[in-house]
Design a protein around this ligand. Structure first.
Ligand code: KG4
Ligand code: ZN
Length: 344
């Protein structure tokens, strides 16, 4: 091979994504096929539809990535699978039927190409998305994972050595955004819709509850806030008042992100870490990014946020994990299975 290329596949939820990275960390292809339109009418991801859509599009997405990489390398013909140095794939966590499609395809591709298979933890992918923005990020640091399925505050002591300081007791942050948007009849996914509305709203307009907001407590709870928003909507509607959506959105965001900030700051203080990063779909939120960069930055903490297109599910972040595992020779056996309940 002209270059050592690692192809990575992500299919844990409703995005079929394939990326190709070289040994130096240059992203030569980054393809994402989203199924959002097929799930939006149901107000959330329907697992059976997700699996079927992955099966339908995965060959095309892999081909598109092989072509994109060839173009990036100035070649006339697409990269042949036999030129790949390794195939990486998200093993979990996620929807089991969706994961199985990616894992089975990756095994077939690697076996056909005669190259090693590398299994990647999706949550570690969200963490490594930060390396795409800041290649010299080095532990120890504090990491906040805020996605549709997870909310975690993590002390990264070394690569691969994670202490989860706290998790959500109920809803994940992204899930709360999605449920609030649904209650307002605004569509799916809720995060981008709410964050757009919040831009022009007053975050102090409505005083929503901040749960488990005591120092040293790194657990999160979002269901009380979601209930408070729903009660507010019902109360105002019954009273004949029109709801000011930007104020509601901004006040909801403030309630969520104040807690995120306080706990991150507490964890940085307690561990003595001087470095902070964030990941997962909600880390695309401009309000959250600004808040962490400015407020923690003022305290001398170096804050890293992933590139915007590496916050929600993508294969570039999976490729970065796979590239590092490839260098270490950390290969998977061909009889591995998808693991829907994987944790950090
Ligand atoms: O990481 P991700 O793509 O999938 C999981 O691994 O769960 O995260 C998806 C979540 C959704 O709940 C979506 O509403 C949320 O990320 N999200 C946002 C924004 N963009 C996506 N939440 C808040 N603000 C955003 N701009
Ligand atoms: Zn994710």
């Amino acid at each position: 091979a002209r270059q050592q290329l690692v192809l990575a596949i992500e299919s844990s939820c409703d995005e079929t994504a394939v990326a190709i990275i070289n040994a130096e960390g240059n992203m030569l292809a980054n393809q994402v096929s989203t199924q959002i339109d097929f799930h939006a009418r149901f107000g959330g991801v329907v697992p059976e539809i997700a699996s079927r859509k992955h099966v339908e599009v995965i060959v095309g997405v892999v081909d598109a990535a092989l072509e994109e990489a060839a173009e990036a390398m100035g070649l006339d013909a697409p990269i042949a699978p036999t030129e790949l140095a390794a195939v990486g794939v998200t093993q979990g966590p996620g929807l089991v039927g969706a994961l199985v499609v990616g894992v089975a395809f990756a095994k077939g591709l690697a076996a056909g190409a005669g190259c090693p298979l590398i299994c990647v933890n999706h949550l570690e992918g969200h963490l490594y998305a930060n390396l795409l923005a800041q290649p010299d990020l080095e532990p120890p640091f504090i990491f906040t994972l805020v996605s549709g399925g997870h909310t975690m505050l993590v002390h990264v002591k070394a690569w691969g050595d994670y202490e989860v300081l706290g998790e959500t007791l109920d809803d994940a942050v992204g899930e709360a955004f999605d449920k609030v948007a649904k209650a307002l009849g605004l569509g799916y996914p809720g995060g981008p819709i709410i964050s757009k509305l919040a831009e022009t709203g007053n975050p102090r307009a409505i005083d929503f509850p901040r749960a488990l907001n005591r120092r040293g407590d790194y657990r999160f709870s979002l269901s009380g806030l979601k209930t408070a928003v729903v009660s507010y909507i019902e109360h105002e509607t019954a009273a004949g008042n029109t709801i000011h959506l930007p104020d509601l959105a901004a006040s909801f965001e403030a309630a969520v992100f104040d807690v995120q900030y306080k706990k991150a700051k507490g964890a940085l203080h307690e561990t003595g870490c001087r470095e902070y990063c964030i990941g997962g779909g909600v880390s695309a939120n401009p309000h959250l990014r600004r808040m962490m960069i400015q407020k923690l930055g003022r305290q001398g903490i170096r804050v890293t946020v992933p590139p915007l297109n590496a916050c929600t599910d993508n294969a570039a972040m999976i490729a970065e994990v796979a590239r590092r595992k490839f260098k270490e020779g950390d290969f998977a056996s061909f009889d591995v299975d998808a693991d829907p309940n994987m944790t950090l």
